[in-house]
Design a binder for this molecule. Structure first.
Ligand SMILES: [Zn+2]
Length: 411
């Protein structure tokens, strides 16, 4: 079956690339939320043309909209659901995000048009992850052509905002329990002969140190918020070395991707003037939390450490704001991992690898909120979020074929 599917998918390469072109040409920037409705309408038409039923969801719930930065709340959020109800017992859900990060300045050609060189396909969204959406639709098309009925009911969600945390996309449908999924395939996070079975969570902090401003000439009478922040940062750096010894059991391509990490000062600044003692200094902390750690504990450890430093000094105050995106993982022995791993093994003729990715994925909404087994597999690509992001025709064919085979096989 795998060979027949691959042949059918390969013969459809022109369609797959032209659909990717159509999606790439709509610059769906997650900040502020541009062209979302336009993309969803194009995608809906495409879904219908291959025989899927569709439903467009407009997010109007204030609780979710208010998670967006205030200046972006007037850009509506749209989610496209698509269905192939086969009457099967179980439902396999595919999730893909259609938003992209802004185009960096070093693209060799227009980032919102496919730049094809040999088999290489460059564009913003070519890898992350409009090609993943193409593979999902391509797989359905292949099965329809072959007149093969999937072993599952198929359900798809195409969502915005993954690049800014996903609350108005995957978050919305999971909190509202909209997917009827038994198992979820997240199309993000790379592909090839790899299954992504885990990703880290993030706790983000914004720490504002509050001192007292006086003229620089009389600086001993003030409280220098910058120097107090340095004190805190020194303590945090000591703690960082401890934290980063914590390693996940999952395998990762880059060793630091499987470690608990902390990065300080992604954003920092304060003060009013060079001749005035700074009364305020703000810095951020990015704490990556491995699945073996508790999100709550990771947050508390840092808050406690900062409060301790403040108490010890006794001359200044702090304001700590924290936000979090949880981690996600699935057992390597879960039936879906075995099933998809087996398909990859047959495809590549060698054992597939189960790994942990360095970035955050929407998977956590499906595994933690919807509480369904979720793993990530999509189209292989390179230069994510960078100049000349790319995938290849071969990689799109691989993911499309693997998806179609997975649709046919149940458990
Ligand atoms: Zn992505």
């Amino acid at each position: 079956m795998l060979k027949t599917i691959k042949k059918t998918v390969t013969a459809d390469k022109k369609y797959l690339i032209s659909l990717l072109g159509k999606l790439v040409e709509i610059p769906t920037l997650s900040e502020p939320g541009l062209n979302y409705e336009k993309l969803v309408k194009v995608l809906e038409k495409e879904c219908r043309s291959i025989g899927l039923k569709t439903r467009i969801i407009k997010v109007t719930d204030k609780k979710f909209i208010n998670t967006l930065k205030e200046e972006f709340r007037s850009y509506p959020r749209y989610i496209l659901m698509a269905y192939w109800n086969t009457g099967a017992k179980k439902t396999l859900h595919f999730n893909g995000h259609y938003d992209v990060v802004p185009a960096s300045l070093g693209f060799s050609k227009n980032p919102f048009k496919l730049n094809i060189k040999g088999d290489k396909i460059m564009a913003r969204g070519a890898a992350d992850m409009k090609s993943g959406i193409v593979a999902m639709l391509g797989a359905v098309r292949a099965l329809k052509k072959l007149k093969v009925k999937p072993a599952w009911n198929l359900e798809f969600s195409f969502v915005p905002d993954e690049e800014i945390g996903g609350y108005c996309g995957s978050g919305y449908i999971c909190y509202k329990k909209i997917p009827k999924a038994d198992v979820v395939i997240e199309g993000d996070g790379g592909g090839g002969n790899n299954l992504t079975v885990a990703h880290r969570g993030i706790v983000g902090f914004r720490v504002t140190v509050i001192g007292k401003a006086v003229h620089a000439a009389l600086h001993t009478r003030g409280v220098n918020a910058f120097l107090k922040a340095v004190k805190i940062v020194n303590e945090l750096e000591k703690f960082r070395k401890k934290i980063e010894k914590r390693k996940s059991k999952y395998w990762a391509k880059v060793p630091i991707s499987k470690a608990a990490t902390m990065m300080i000062g992604g954003l920092s600044g304060g003060g009013l003037k060079s001749n005035s003692v700074p009364d305020k200094f703000t810095f951020t902390i990015d704490r990556r939390v491995i699945p073996e750690e508790s999100m709550k504990k990771a947050r508390k450890e840092i808050i406690d450490l900062i409060n301790k430093a403040v108490k010890k000094d006794g001359t200044f105050k702090v304001k700590i704001e924290a936000s979090e995106a949880t981690h996600s993982s699935i057992s390597e022995d879960a039936p879906i991992c075995k099933l998809l791993g087996g398909i990859l093994e047959e495809y590549y003729g060698e054992k597939s690898r189960m790994l942990m990715t360095g970035g955050r994925l929407d998977s956590a909404f499906f595994s933690r909120v919807l509480k369904k087994p979720t793993l990530a597999f999509g189209v292989n690509g390179a230069k994510y979020h960078a100049d000349d992001e790319y995938t290849t025709g071969k990689d799109i064919i691989t993911a499309t074929t693997v998806y179609a085979q997975l649709m046919c096989k149940g458990y």
